[in-house]
Design a protein around this ligand. Structure first.
Ligand SMILES: Cc1ncc(COP(=O)(O)O)c(C=O)c1O
Length: 424
């Protein structure tokens, strides 16, 4: 997640001179309102947990329409807390898709659980119900009995088959988390035609978000868990703050309400410092105010990419989109059959980089990382391997102009033509 070139944060919507500046695959969009929101906090009384934290949580709740929101220090912290809140521990198994950022699996591994990796749709990288059923077929009854949680990932901002996967989870008595770190703002119609927001937790116990600068809104570092379950909400609040309870009516030991000790608090469970600060939340509130604008801009750029790339359809496949889903893409990940194109992906990426176009690969299958390979041996899932071999994320962020998209597609066309393949 690190390593893209740093570019001044004040790049404006009307950025000109395509190709002159490096265009990263993703970056934040900040304006003077954001800067003012943060400096106002710096001038005030609260730096860490203060009024901005609650304001951010209420605002996010309003966007996703969940009953509860718990903000925290990162998407990774959100995942860790979500697994802990469900009581995941040693001896449990957690199912995740093979294609995601490592944090999706790591959050469960921190808890001591073992990870089971499903295959994914080679055309989208998304976990399908079929992939879960295929995994189940290969599991011994002993392991199947120990599965506690399944985590679906709304990769790139698209929706995984969460309705069907939720049905499977219910059938097997598993809890369900949705990693929506890429999908803030995405909505979709469920089987009954009802419009659902990502984060509303209609098909999950909890959903998690990241507000890392390349995501749809930026808080520097930041994350959140959404839920409709009050008990989970209470647990998440404890986990976020060292497991410390400050409300007298919830104390376990010091229950003398007649003579309360004003200094008293209780550490009731082993928690962490995963709190979010007022500085970050002020930025989060200001960014959420711009979310409708961000959504419109991202969707406009995606439509433009899709249309321009039709001229290269023999070689480049734009991201697959479900008709029932109004995706707000965090990533614009195309598929390229590099073998058929006759150019190695490293060379392709280098040629684009030489023209100031940044790209990234999302993601190496999680099971292929040394940590998991040493733990579980060599795993290969056909759909994940194909997706990984072909995926490439092109620049997509709110600071981009339509000229930037034209520039990126032009550079890709040139590389394709230089291979003598034409653009048909
Ligand atoms: C799918 C997914 N899950 C979780 C995370 C972790 O989020 P953070 O970087 O805020 O810890 C990321 C971050 O890239 C992600 O892409």
């Amino acid at each position: 997640m690190v390593g893209w070139p740093l570019i001044p944060a004040n790049v404006k919507d009307d950025m000109t001179g395509c190709g002159e500046k490096f265009l990263p695959y993703g970056r934040q969009y900040l304006d003077e309102d954001d800067i003012e929101a943060v400096t106002n906090v710096l001038r005030g009384d609260w730096l860490t947990t203060g009024p901005m934290v609650q304001k951010f949580e209420h605002k996010l709740q309003d966007v996703v329409k969940s009953d509860y929101v718990v903000s925290c220090s990162s998407g990774t912290a959100a995942l860790h807390m979500a697994y802990m809140a469900l009581g995941v521990g040693a001896g449990d198994y957690v199912i995740v898709p093979s294609i995601s950022f490592v944090a999706t699996a790591n959050g469960a591994a921190y808890c001591g659980a073992d990870i089971l990796f499903t295959d994914v749709d080679p055309a989208s990288g998304l976990m399908r119900a079929k992939d879960v059923l295929d995994l189940i077929k290969d599991l011994s009854q002993d392991i199947l009995d120990k599965v506690k949680v399944i985590t679906a990932v709304n990769l790139t901002g698209e929706i995984a088959e969460i309705v069907e996967i939720h049905d499977i989870a219910k059938r097997y008595g598993w809890k369900m988390i949705i990693d929506s770190c890429h999908a803030l703002g995405t909505s979709f119609h469920d089987k009954n035609g009802i419009l659902r927001n990502v984060g509303d937790c209609h098909f999950a116990d909890m959903e998690v978000f990241s507000f890392h600068p390349v995501k749809t809104i930026a808080m520097g570092e930041g994350g959140a868990v959404t839920t409709n379950d009050k008990a989970l909400y209470d647990k998440l609040c404890l986990l976020r703050n060292h497991g410390i309870e400050r409300e007298a009516d919830r104390f376990i030991l010091n229950c003398d309400v007649a003579k309360p000790q004003p200094w008293y608090y209780e550490m009731q469970i082993l928690g962490y410092n995963y709190r979010q600060s007022d500085i970050h939340c002020a930025l989060g509130v200001s960014q959420l105010e711009k979310l409708p604008k961000f959504i419109a801009k991202r969707q406009k750029l995606v439509t433009q990419y899709n249309s321009l790339l039709t001229g290269l359809s023999a070689h480049i496949t734009p991201p697959k989109s479900g008709t029932e889903c109004s995706a707000v893409r965090h990533l614009y990940a195309v598929l390229i059959d590099f073998k058929k194109l006759g150019i190695d992906r490293v060379d392709f990426v280098s040629k684009l980089s030489a023209k100031n176009v940044g790209t990234q690969v999302h993601y190496i299958p999680i099971y292929a990382h040394p940590f998991y390979e040493v733990k579980y041996g060599s795993i290969k899932r056909a759909g994940a391997e194909k997706y990984y071999a072909e995926t490439l994320s092109l620049p997509l962020h709110v600071s981009m102009t339509e000229d930037d998209v034209v520039y990126v597609v032009d550079q890709i066309s040139k590389i394709v033509k230089d291979r003598g393949e034409g653009d048909g």
